[in-house]
Design a protein around this ligand. Structure first.
Ligand SMILES: [Zn+2]
Length: 149
């Protein structure tokens, strides 16, 4: 029995279709249960358990669901919050941001712009001293690091 936190949007906020659109059955077949839970059910991995929380390796972080490039190690910083944190997504429209009022809070959810999968949330004005004062707080299980420049 699966508890859905809500239907994922079928299209991008501007109404255009996602580049990678798969049925729920296809996502279940290609993702592990923990990947499916976070990416497709907007779950959250436990703090300090993700494989990329403290990773310093240089490279590009891609969407684990569809492979789209989302973040680079250049904008990853030590937030000590328990999840990989970036102060910027890749330029352009790599991610989409949606208002999320679940759990009694108003937050901004971050999703992959290519397939709509859930990545995490973005927080603003926390005073981390990064160039943007944004913290993209992203689940490790939503990402796959491709080492390189
Ligand atoms: Zn994706």
């Amino acid at each position: 029995m699966t508890t859905h936190t809500g239907p994922l949007p079928a299209t991008r906020p501007d109404g255009t279709p996602f580049v990678t659109a798969r049925s729920d059955e296809e996502w279940r077949a290609t993702l592990s249960p923990s990947e499916y839970h976070v990416l497709r059910e907007a779950g959250t991995e436990r703090a300090f358990t993700g494989e990329y929380t403290d990773t310093k390796t240089r490279g590009t972080y891609s969407c684990r669901a569809c492979g789209a490039h989302l973040f680079t190690s250049d904008t990853k910083f030590d937030s000590h919050c328990g999840w990989p944190s970036f102060y910027s997504a890749l330029a352009g429209d790599a991610v989409i941001e949606l208002e999320d009022v679940s759990m009694g809070m108003r937050r901004v959810e971050v999703r992959c712009a290519s397939c709509g999968s859930h990545l995490g949330h973005v927080f603003e004005g926390e005073g981390y001293g990064t160039p943007t004062d944004l913290r993209y707080c992203i689940n490790s299980v939503s990402l796959r690091l491709e080492p390189g420049e």
